[in-house]
Design a protein around this ligand. Structure first.
Ligand SMILES: [Zn+2]
Ligand SMILES: [Zn+2]
Length: 289
C-alpha cells in the first residue's frame, strides 16, 4: 500500500451549550471555527493547545445570532477573515458586510480549501442553519439549536465522519424542573431545542446505515440534562432499535475530546445537498440560547 499523503483532520469544542459554543476544525494549515460564543480567554487557551493563535483562524462559520454563538465574534473581526453565514443571520448578527459570505442550501461556499453547505433548521432565530463541512477528505456536520429533526438533514449526517447533534434536555427533567412554564414550552417547541430522545431517534436510522460516524451529543442544558443522562437516554433508544453507535456527550464549559481523522483510511462518502423550501423558523421571536 502506498504511504498516506493525506492531511489529518482534527476537531475540538471549546464549549458547548448556552454558556458559549465554539468548534475548532483543523486540517494542516487550514483553521476553521464554527461559532464563537466562548470567552476570548477560553478561545485563546483552546487554540494554544493546538499551537495556534487567533490570527491563524482562516474563516468563521456562524450558525445563528444568539449570543452563545456570536458573543466573542466582534473581537475577532479582521479584513482578511471571512465570515460564513446565511443572509438572515448576517443581518441579525450585524456581521460586517465586506467580509461576510452568504451561504444557503443552494449555494455552498468554498473557503480556505473547505466546502461549506448550509443545512436549514427550525429554531427561534432569523435564518438559523447547521453546517456540513468538507475539508481535506473529512466530512463534519454541526447541528445544534434545532427545535425538531427534519428528514432532509439525514443525508448530510449519514455522509459524515463526525456529527455534532444537539441533545439539550431530558424530557422528565425539563417537565419537572425549575424553568417557568413559558420557557419549558419554548425549549420543547419545534423552534426550540432537540431533546435527548429526539436526538436518539434521529441517530438510530443513520447509525443503522453506517457505524463509522463519531457522534458528539452537543449543547446540553445545565439545568435539564447532564452528560451521563444524555448518553443514557440516547443509548437506551439505540439499544431499543438494536443499533450501535459511538456517542460522547460534550462538556458545556470546557474543552471536549479531540477528534483526529485520517481520510486515507477510507474513501469519502458523497453528499448531494437537497434543496428544501422550508426556510426554517422566521418567526421574529426574541432570541433565547
Ligand atoms: Zn445555542
Ligand atoms: Zn440558539
Amino acid at each position: 500500500m502506498p504511504p498516506s499523503t493525506s492531511i489529518p483532520v482534527t476537531a475540538q469544542t471549546f464549549g458547548s451549550g448556552s454558556s458559549g459554543n465554539a468548534l475548532l476544525i483543523r486540517a494542516g494549515d487550514t483553521v476553521l471555527l464554527v461559532d464563537c460564543g466562548v470567552g476570548i480567554r477560553t478561545l485563546r487557551g483552546g487554540l494554544a493547545n493546538h499551537g495556534l493563535v487567533l490570527a491563524d483562524i482562516d474563516a468563521i462559520l456562524v450558525t445563528h445570532e444568539h449570543s452563545d454563538h456570536i458573543r466573542t465574534l466582534p473581537s475577532l473581526y479582521r479584513d482578511d477573515l471571512p465570515l460564513i453565514a446565511t443572509g438572515g443571520t448576517a443581518r441579525a448578527a450585524r456581521l460586517p458586510r465586506d467580509t461576510t459570505e452568504k451561504v444557503s442550501v443552494r449555494t455552498p461556499v468554498s473557503v480556505a480549501g473547505a466546502t461549506v453547505h448550509a443545512l436549514p433548521v427550525r429554531h427561534d432565530a432569523s435564518d438559523p442553519c447547521g453546517f456540513h463541512i468538507e475539508i481535506a477528505g473529512a466530512r463534519i456536520t454541526v447541528l445544534t439549536d434545532l427545535g425538531t429533526w427534519q428528514d432532509h438533514l439525514a443525508d448530510a449526517v449519514a455522509a459524515s465522519d463526525l456529527v455534532l447533534l444537539e441533545a439539550n434536555y431530558n424530557d422528565t427533567m425539563l417537565r419537572q424542573g425549575p424553568y417557568p412554564a413559558y420557557l419549558k414550552r419554548r425549549v420543547a417547541s419545534n423552534v426550540g431545542h432537540l431533546g435527548n430522545d429526539a436526538c436518539g431517534l434521529a441517530i438510530a436510522p443513520v447509525a443503522r446505515r453506517t457505524a463509522e460516524i463519531t457522534w458528539w451529543l452537543s449543547h446540553l442544558s445545565q439545568t435539564n440534562n447532564s452528560p451521563r443522562q444524555a448518553e443514557h437516554d440516547v443509548r437506551e433508544i439505540l439499544h431499543g432499535a438494536d443499533v450501535d453507535a459511538s456517542i460522547t456527550a460534550l462538556p458545556r464549559r470546557s474543552a471536549g475530546p479531540v477528534w483526529s481523522f485520517d481520510p486515507a483510511v477510507r474513501p469519502p462518502r458523497s453528499f448531494a445537498p437537497v434543496a428544501t423550501d422550508d426556510p426554517g423558523a422566521q418567526l421574529g421571536l426574541p432570541g433565547f440560547d
